[in-house]
Design a protein around this ligand. Sequence first.
Ligand SMILES: [Zn+2]
Length: 214
Amino acid sequence: MLQKSYTVDFLSKKRVQNQGEIQMFYVEDDHEAIIQPRIWECVQLEAQRRKEYLEEHGTNSYSHRPETNPFASRIVCGCCNKVFARKGWRSSTGVDRKVWQCSERYKVKGVLGCGNRHVEEETLRKAYLLAWNALIENKDSFLERWQEQIQGENLLEGYRAGRFIEYTEGAEPLTEMDTNFMLKTLDYIKVFGDGKLVVVFLDGTEIECKNEEE
Ligand SMILES: [Zn+2]
């Protein structure tokens, strides 16, 4: 149990003794327990969530070099539910482009596995920006759910909902990619064969984008 109210006289810097509360602190908690129990439980729930995510999508690393490859393990196949992998392609005009394709496509050498189409990295970036900006624009319609989640039993959900209220409050649309922010908000992007992309955020919001260019 953490001290709920604890008064400090800021002028004299003297602690105002409150025996009852200081007592509670020592009785309830080992003095080495620095992390608040709620945060500790959130961390456990997040670890479990990631473990299940890796199993479900057939990958072994949740966040691999996020600074150079922020989409790693976050692009999911709409056909087989496994993760996409990044490939560098040199086009006929000699321009390097980054392209993502299902990791099940050529799992057995020379044999075509999953038949889902590839997607350009630039398209994924655009989809994230588009979806995030749509989320900001429609935040009022998500607010009720976020508030319910904060009151709900799942501490991790409540934590995420709180963050999303914070991130969207008075937020301006993103005009360019912010990798750190993406890592804090994006769960995954699901790629379908017909050019449809579904951007799933960590609070559970799903936003569908249609890729018109391909
Ligand atoms: Zn696939």
